[in-house]
Write a protein that binds this ligand. Structure first.
Ligand code: G4P
Length: 533
């Protein structure tokens, strides 16, 4: 019996791929996502995902859009099937001000797909996201997009990726020309030639197999570009890295594909390799042990909270990533932070356009659980009673700060409630200095402040203002020496604050003051990130 259950879990884990797309805005993430969903049959028509785009809209449009849709454009989990695989694509917000959210979404994936615009090379946001992937050695497949446009020479693109992102490139396909001369790609892995036609839109392209590169058929199809391709492939053999699956899985090497998302060219080729190469859900670290996805006990952690998704019901949804075992509807689980059991009666699974109730789910899947504030980011849930706490879901030191001031002082209760609940979503952090009654908001990106103000008004009927504050950055304080902590609290009552979870924080007015404090209190550690507790 147990053997049977183990066999089912193994099968379900091995056919799951949970990944996120990382890219700089405008590289083509939305277009590519849409094409992937088309292959998965999750959407019928191109253009459906477009409305999700947030990155190129002005703030006001962005917020109006969010309200209109009733769900946040910052969140999306898309589930689809492709061949025998169950794929969970976690969308990461495109706007750079949401990078903290993005970081946490990336803690819930097993691999990533990096999209690069062939005319731009590696851009800033990609660089930042790559740093996050590196924290967990997330395996990355690269898709170099927009080959139908003039861009940087492919060899230079590979050097750019290798030098800027410090990762080896192993091209699995190679472009034949680019821009108006773009003829297609040659898949070195399969020895297949894929010819490009800008008109094949949503249809599935078939490759012609040419195993012998010296075949005259190549000249027939490509004309003078055939020799160029032969030369370039020769050059690659000497200069490029051969594909090494172990190095890819260790996050040291990235397989590279070339194509054009808008023309749906090279997308399926990449998807086919993606499902075969990308890892299935793997083991997860916890404070006490590593949890294998094949364990029969259910376990999951919350990596994102979205409040008021449906303004009519004032609910909040916690997004949980399943790490082991099987989830079934109505299951009773232990909520480890508060030490209580509760029943998950109404979990939701997110398809491209719909949300549906979940009957069962497996490791790698993401379920949405409705709750009224009992679930926080980083919380662990299990079907067994054994103590467990997953690690690796951080808070980052904010770089922007504002003091919140109420327009109507009688509303301070609502303000506190609103600020607390919105801070629990993790987009902003709330700090209360020990020496006064200020409410200080800290964020990694500025757009968060505007979103919070608009949501305070819309969801909590609170009118407030922002005032500038002198803070420059924050550090979480910890020390085994209580006396030291008491000392710094006394010395800097305006700079030492409690965050939303009552952790001591140092709000530094300048880099210099931070350094000074660090030197003055050597027994205290000043941390740039904090694990959720
Ligand atoms: P993002 O989500 O990464 O921000 O990028 P998105 O997919 O929205 O693509 C950004 C722009 O690049 C869009 O053009 C899109 O049509 C275009 N694009 C995507 N893939 C390709 C490609 O393979 N080749 C070419 N030539 N263009 C591509 P836009 O004009 O800014 O928007 P739209 O009017 O098409 O919506």
């Amino acid at each position: 019996m147990q053997e049977q259950v183990d066999k089912i879990i193994k099968k379900e884990v091995e056919r799951r791929r949970t990944f996120g797309i990382i890219s700089h805005p405008d590289a083509g993430k939305t277009t590519l996502t849409e094409k992937l969903l088309l292959y998965g049959g999750a959407i019928q028509m191109a253009g459906t995902v477009k409305s999700r785009k947030a990155n190129r809209h002005a703030t006001s449009d962005w917020m109006a859009m969010e309200q209109e849709r009733g769900i946040s454009v910052t969140t999306s989990v898309m589930k689809f099937n492709y061949r025998d695989y169950e794929i969970n694509l976690l969308d990461t917000p495109g706007h750079q001000d949401f990078s903290e959210d993005t970081y946490r979404v990336l803690t819930a994936v097993d691999s990533a797909l990096m999209v690069i615009d062939c005319a731009k090379g590696v851009e800033n946001q990609t660089k930042k996201l790559m740093e996050v992937c590196r924290m967990r050695d997330t395996p990355i497949i690269t898709f170099i997009n927009k080959m139908d446009r003039e861009g940087i020479d492919p060899f230079d693109l590979l050097s750019d990726i290798e030098e800027t992102l410090k990762i080896e490139c192993a091209p699995l396909s190679w472009p034949i020309g680019m821009g108006s001369d773009f003829k297609g790609t040659y898949n070195m892995h399969k020895g297949e030639l894929h010819l490009f036609s800008a008109t094949h839109g949503g249809s599935i392209q078939k490759g012609e197999v040419i195993t012998d590169l010296n075949s005259p058929r190549l000249d027939e199809l490509l004309g003078s570009q055939a020799d160029q391709l032969r030369e370039e492939l020769d050059l690659l053999q000497g200069a490029g890295y051969p594909f090494d699956k172990e190095r890819y899985l260790a996050g040291k090497q990235t397989p590279v594909f070339f194509g054009s998302a808008i023309n749906n060219f090279g997308v399926q080729e990449m998807l086919n390799s993606f499902v075969e190469l990308a890892p299935c859900p793997g083991p997860r670290a916890s404070t006490t042990r590593e949890v294998s996805p094949f364990e029969s006990d259910f376990s999951a952690f919350a990596f994102k909270i979205q409040a008021n998704m449906d303004p009519a019901h004032r609910d909040r949804i916690a997004f949980m990533r399943i790490c082991s075992g099987k989830f079934t509807r109505g299951m009773k689980v232990r909520h480890h932070r508060i030490g209580k059991d509760f029943q998950i009666a109404n979990a939701t699974i997110f398809m491209a356009q719909d949300r549906t109730g979940v009957e069962e789910a497996w490791p790698g899947d993401i379920i949405g659980v409705h709750n009224h504030g009992t679930i926080k980011i980083g919380d662990t849930f299990t079907s067994s009673k054994d103590e467990l706490k997953f690690t690796g879901i951080p808070n980052f030191a904010p770089e922007h700060f504002r003091r919140v001031r109420l327009k109507d002082p009688l509303k301070s209760k609502q303000l506190n409630k609103g600020l607390h609940q919105l801070a629990e979503e993790g987009a902003v952090q709330l700090f209360k200095p020990l020496g006064n009654n200020d409410n200080i908001l800290g964020a990694v990106g500025l757009l968060q402040f505007e979103v919070i103000m608009s949501r305070l008004k819309g969801e909590y009927s609170v009118e407030a203002l922002y005032e500038p504050v002198e803070f420059h950055t924050a550090r979480w304080l910890s020390s085994d020496d209580i006396k030291e902590l008491e000392g710094i609290k006394k010395r800097y009552p305006r700079f030492v604050a409690l965050d939303g979870d009552d952790n001591l924080t140092f709000l530094a007015p300048s880099q210099w003051r931070l350094q000074q404090a660090e030197e003055e209190w050597p027994k205290i550690s000043f941390q740039k990130t904090r694990e959720h507790q």
